[in-house]
Design a protein around this ligand. Sequence first.
Ligand code: ADP
Ligand code: MG
Length: 751
Amino acid sequence: MIRRLRHHVRRTAMTDARALQDAAPRDAAPNDPEAPGGEAVRAPALRPSLLDPLFAPARTLPGIGPKMAPLIEKLLGTPEREARVVDLLFHLPQGGVARKLMGSVGEAPVGEPVTLGVTVVEHRPAQIGSGRRPHRVVVEDASGHDITLVFFGMPRPRVEKMLPLGAHRYITGRIDLWDGTRQMVHPSRIVDEAGLAELPAVEPVYGATEGLTSRAINKLAVAALDRLPVLPEWQDAAWLEKNRLPAFADALRAEHRPEEAPPKAEDPLQPPPATPSRKRLAYDELLASQLALALLRARQRRKAGRVNAGDGALSGRIEATLPFALTGAQARAVAEIRADLAAPRRMLRLLQGDVGSGKTAVALLALASAVEAGRQGALMAPTEILARQHFERLKPLAGSLRLRLMTGRDRAAERKSTLADLAAGEIDILVGTHALFQEAVTFRDLGLAVVDEQHRFGVHQRLALGAKGEAVDFLVMTATPIPRTLALTFFGDMDVSVLDEKPAGRQPIRTITLPTERIDEVVAGLARAIAGGERVYWICPLVEESEFIDLAAAAERFDDLQRHFGAAVGLIHGKMPGPEKDAAMARFAAGETKLLVSTTVVEVGVDVPEATIMVIEHAERFGLAQLHQLRGRVGRGSKASSCLLLYRGPLGQVSRARLEMMRSSEDGFRIAEADLKLRGEGEVLGTRQSGLAAFRLARIESDGALLEAARDDARMIVERDPGLKSPRGQALRGLLYLFEREAAIRLIGAG
Ligand code: ADP
Ligand code: MG
């Protein structure tokens, strides 16, 4: 699991880097008046040779033989590139064990690593033919207390050579009690007086090791430290001093050659407090990423935007015909967006709103503003169901706006006419899926692109869509509330509007957790609810990563419930052909079916206000964000709703914490923060292809304050020195290379 996560994190970090790289040539069209020197921008950004030793293959380090090289490769290499020296340096230990030199055997604690000075008293070799009997060595401390060292399967001459009779040695290892006597099985180190002087005070412990010992990794990391060049400092000296942070190289040394054991976490669910060296490195990494985003942002803004909003007459008319009054938050967001659209620079805005907060209406009014200015608009959703739903729901509200739907499912003729109408300007707003990214889709004059459920679209997609029209304004909407820290990380180049208010008249959702054993009671309860006219979602367990197994479970539950409720039960799952999915959804929305059994396809955005009950089987297997999304499918109308979380015990610590969180809160932002703490950043944003940056040294879940400081710092740097030409700017280029954000340097040109 950890391995998978790590690989995932590594891959997404690379996707991000690639996205930025791709961005440069696409944005830097030769006739772009803002591109400094056209071709110059395309030139590869040359890494300063000073850094070359760090990007040399790790196998060039002393001490890596043919046996170790493939292991290092497995630990730190990727399909695209070999493990490099810098990868070893950035593979930080997760902890450390202080070497405690004990005065006597008696005071040494049992079960923890200790170091003892002892004299070898007696060898009791394994008898020939004695099976798995070990070789034992009795040693005693200065005051004559003895302890037995135990060696399994080690040749007698080797043991005797390590521990000659009568010799004085220092042994490190864990003491166990065996039949009431103290023993130490396979001491991790045995050294003499001279060896003791050379032992590190703390032994770093590395997390994932792929069959390598922590000590072997440490030896290589220490060798890698010797390759560290003297780099110009990119951090402000006064700032470093004020925060008591070490120099970059010193921080790396302190991590790999620690002199003190790092502090331990008090709460096992929380990471341990950060050491100054860890903080320094985390800050550097965060600054590199924020600086890259700030440069991207500056570049996007440098491009002259256009005025993409008119006098407000059209959007005002549409607002007046909405069947509801906007909430304060919606009105605020619309105003912010209109101000951006009206300004002659490019809008890059993130609209964050919990499920049910009414983002669709905001999007509609924004799109209407663009049309008012004579432009076209695009609204993109992550799935066909959602694109279709957006289309169906916008249509009655859209007044005179010419709306069209385009999905991957369109027949060729239909598609052809859509494309023709789009190019001729006979479509005002095109609603669709990823299909809108395709090369062949050409707008007459795209002014505003709205992307729904942004967390499925990475930097790469943002840029690809931007390339669809000159100075296209961008509004991206997330339904999953993103903790502020993550929003900064991934959308640091954007401005943010938040819908922090639910439409009036919503009732709180009652959330109940129940063991699966009580499923019969749940079914009986549903019978009453359905007889009373309510509508129910039933989400089936996510059994495994295989969709087929999920599907079997959903089909089985469907049969089960059909036996109780007959034709009132519908089924929808991810493997269904699109039209069947739509039909199943439509029957449920129209009330022809009252209970919809589903795999997690309903997760995102589906809106059936009449649904008031959500049952989630095996809720313990879902993540918090997912549970919150699912629960958000109910409580959308004015009737009271409930959410039943069925779980199978015994619950682990984390699942228990999750279900408890769900019971105690409906606040998406609070839940998202909790999710981040429970799961870590790697998974919170979900989808694998998200193309979002991940960090190697920083821990987003605990380094939030550092992140904000890095963001502010990065924006200030770009404001004062947009070309990174000052001495600090030059040093910061080194930082960008070091953390492989050099694509950002291409954005500012080679100079
Ligand atoms: P989101 O996409 O943010 O999850 P939707 O845009 O789907 O939310 O809106 C959820 C429901 O709330 C829809 O049925 C919508 O018509 C309704 N709604 C939106 N804004 C308001 C409002 N200001 N007052 C009442 N109902 C609203
Ligand atoms: Mg929505």
